[in-house]
Design a protein around this ligand. Structure first.
Ligand SMILES: [Zn+2]
Length: 770
């Protein structure tokens, strides 16, 4: 037992000593469910064909035929596809009836079961709203309980969000294996979670952590070599088998084996009952892609439950089908005081020794980046469309068409929040599906925004609009008379930012709506050698546009000045700096950042406010990740498993400094060896020359760094290590879904030291708007 959970266990033990359980038989709530990943290995369409549609078709029929049966429906993407493209009017009527009686229950109700580690709060809300909106409009229902059984770790944002969304209880499963074990022993798997330090008890929620069996039924039967309690077997792709015979179907329940099945179930219940404070046990019945043949499932479980109940006294157990709501309501009625868990989270997550699930924080960075950009575009598009429609729409844009475009992107952005989507843990074809859905959605929303801008401002020239950066279509040529750029701020407050446009002429003038010149800078593009980056200082009030004219100029005319680029000689990694430092500086009103000409590396940062200088060192390193299954868990899209500590991964570094009126940028290019033609890593550090006045303060206080990495060799994990002499007492604060900062003290683990500390390199969150 490590020190990590001692405070929690301390609290739990104070309130409820283990073993203080109420007497009486164990009441088992058998909750039938199917975990239906929106993507992962198979595309949504493949999943619909192979099993997902059959889950709802067969479950609705089976629940309708016997009133004691129950089922919980979770991910709305599959349910909605079934509802709109498969369900008959009769089946729809049956669903309404089952919901009314409480035999079918929607839990969670999001479009997907979102990932908790790498998603942004706004996108979590979006996907939840998307699913809940459908349920409310269609059935007048708002889900009351969460079912977060599979996300890879649990964030403290989630209980807060779910409390705010009106949920009455939260359910999670994937937390550290050793912590779970300790919580089981202390009967501490249920508690009240106060996920937000500032909201505290105002938005607390009762939380149930699933025990070590998690959301699947025990899969081993001691009397049979077939799987346990999965009488319909395992789903078959691409189509269901025509004869209805699936692999690994459990032995049918017969008079000959019913006692063995009953003993198995009761023994499992009793094992689990020891881990909970009350004799009420949640027994999830299902697993991934289950209940595609609900008929055979219930036909076997019905007699088994009847058999146990007929011997309830003797077995000390009673069993009943239940929804999640039935279980939580029964537990609530016991009126127990629960321990309080504060705003700590359960990230990062380890499923076993040497299996730290931190690999997915960076897996498939292209998809992650696209998901963020799509989300930013969606918010800008929705906000702009709302402004266009209010108080009355003006112009040629068809609102119905526009809403369809927005809906398409809402669906795509919701879908990619799934715990096997934005995490980068899906198969390549499923990644392609997510990216295609995002690209199509983005294209539609760009059309809306262009149309609104053209309509509203009657611009004849190429109009462009965006959220934080002006997006440009690659390869688009400027008209002879230049560009018009429209920048939109979907936030409610004024934002000062630098907008970057790619243009194809070096001498320009930039003016605003009034014809006044705007601070801007032009420099060679690092992406396209024949192009230029135009940087414009943009101050945009909340929910407003700014329009700029970008005109080519002749030499005689006043123009935006070109930044000067100074390139320094290549330096070897081991090059020691001379005693007398030759330093290159970039500075604004808030910071002076210094680079050492003798090493081409960052030297120090001086902060004006505190008058403090922090010396720094920079290093690009690589971990050799374990790719050999014989040496324990391998490093993959989910897990990060290093063989040993990181080693430097470059030999020479080239530096250049780009000085302009608006921005100074230092670019460092790291080469793997002295003869390499292309660099492997690059850092662009940027400081804007703005003042520390309140309206520019945020930009002034931002030292921006952009990184470029790759290509990497197989089984390598790259890191950039920036070290300082700041003594942080082994304490860091990291971002929590863009919602709050999470205090993270150092945790000492008995094993797995390297892997578990990698959460220091957590995800970055991009702002949604300019
Ligand atoms: Zn899953």
């Amino acid at each position: 037992m490590g020190p990590r959970w001692l405070p929690l266990l301390g609290q739990l033990l104070l309130l409820q000593p283990p073993g203080s359980r109420a007497a009486g038989p164990i009441r088992v709530f058998v909750v039938p469910h199917s975990h239906m990943d929106v993507g992962w290995v198979y595309t949504v369409q493949e999943s619909m064909r192979a099993y997902a549609a059959n889950v709802y078709t067969s479950v609705v029929a089976e629940l309708t035929s016997r009133p004691q049966r129950r089922f919980i429906a979770v991910e709305q993407e599959f349910f909605r596809l079934w509802w709109t493209s498969v369900a008959s009017e009769k089946q729809k009527h049956q669903v309404h009836q089952l919901l009314k009686k409480g035999h079918l229950e929607f839990v969670l109700g999001g479009q997907v079961m979102h990932d908790e580690a790498v998603t942004h709060l706004d996108d979590q809300i979006l996907q939840l709203t998307e699913g809940h909106g459908f349920l409310y409009e269609t059935f007048g229902i708002r889900p009351q309980f969460s079912w977060h059984v599979d996300p890879f770790g649990a964030s403290a944002t989630t209980p807060t969000l779910f409390a705010l969304a009106g949920f009455n209880a939260h359910l999670i499963s994937r937390i550290d294996y050793d912590l779970k074990e300790a919580m089981q022993e202390a009967q501490g798997l249920q508690f009240v979670w106060r996920g937000s330090k500032s909201l505290s008890a105002q938005q607390q929620i009762f939380t149930h952590v699933m025990d070590q069996f998690s959301y699947c039924t025990p899969s081993q039967l001691s009397f049979s070599n077939r799987s346990g309690f999965y009488w319909n077997g395992v789903a078959v792709f691409p189509e269901p088998p025509p004869d209805g015979v699936y692999p690994n179907m459990s032995e049918p329940v017969t008079p000959a084996n019913i006692d063995l099945y009953a003993k198995e179930l009761v023994a499992n219940v009793k094992q689990r009952a020891a881990w909970f404070q009350t004799p009420y046990i949640l027994w999830p019945w299902g697993c991934d892609k289950q209940f595609f043949n609900a008929s055979v499932q219930f036909a076997n479980m019905d007699p088994l439950l009847d058999h146990i109940n007929s011997r309830s006294q003797e077995l000390g157990v009673s069993v009943e089908y239940a929804t999640l709501g039935d279980y939580f309501r029964a537990l609530h009625a016991l009126n127990i005081s629960w321990a309080v868990y504060n705003h700590h989270d359960f990230l990062p997550y380890s499923s076993e020794p040497f299996a730290a699930w931190t690999g997915f924080y960076t897996s498939r960075s292209m998809l992650k980046g696209m998901a963020r950009r799509a989300s930013a575009l969606l918010y800008a598009g929705e906000s702009m469309f709302t402004r266009y429609m209010w108080p009355v729409p003006h112009g040629a844009l068809d609102p119905t068409w526009a809403l369809q475009q927005l809906q398409q992107l809402r669906w795509a952005v919701s879908e990619v929040q799934h715990h096997d989507a934005i995490t980068g843990t899906e198969s390549p074809k499923v990644r392609d599906m997510y990216m295609e859905h995002l690209a199509t959605g983005m294209q539609g929303v760009r059309k809306i925004m262009s149309s609104i801008v053209l309509d509203k401002f009657q611009l004849r020239m190429t109009a462009r609009a965006a959220e934080s950066e002006v997006w440009s279509e690659p390869g688009s040529n400027p008209r002879p008379d230049g560009y018009s750029a429209s920048v939109y701020n979907p936030l409610a407050w004024t934002v000062t930012t630098i907008v970057t446009l790619t243009i194809h002429f070096p001498r320009v003038s930039v003016t605003d709506e009034m014809g006044h010149p705007v601070p801007a800078q032009i420099q060679n593009s690092t992406k396209d050698l024949s192009a230029y980056d135009l940087l414009i200082l943009s101050v945009i009030p909340g929910l407003s546009y700014r329009h700029y004219r970008v005109m080519p100029t002749t030499e005689a005319q006043e123009a935006t000045t070109m930044a000067t680029t100074l390139r320094f000689k290549s330096k070897l990694r081991r090059h020691s700096s001379s005693q007398k430092k030759r330093l290159v500086t970039m500075a604004n009103d808030c910071y002076t950042v210094q680079f050492d000409q003798d090493t081409n590396l960052m030297h120090s940062i001086w902060e004006r406010e505190s008058n403090r200088t922090v010396p720094l060192t920079q290093e690009f390193l690589e971990y050799h990740a374990n790719g050999d299954v014989h040496q324990g868990p391998i490093s993959d899209n989910y897990k990060f498993t290093a063989n040993k500590t990181a080693v430097p991964a470059w030999k020479t570094v080239v530096m250049e400094i780009v000085r302009g009126k608006l921005v100074t940028e230092v670019r460092q290019y790291f080469y793997r060896n002295t003869t390499a033609q292309n660099y492997t890593f690059a850092i662009h550090s940027r400081l804007a020359h703005v003042s520390s006045d309140p309206d520019q303060e945020l930009l002034c206080h931002r030292i921006e760094q952009k990184y470029r990495v790759g290509p990497l060799e197989l089984n390598r994990e790259a890191i950039l290590r920036t070290s300082s002499d700041i003594n942080n007492q082994k304490l860091i604060y990291s971002d929590n879904n863009g919602y709050q900062m999470q205090r993270r003290p150092y945790q000492a683990f008995v094993n797995n030291v390297i892997s578990r500390v990698t959460h220091l390199a957590t995800h970055c969150t991009l702002p949604h708007a300019a």
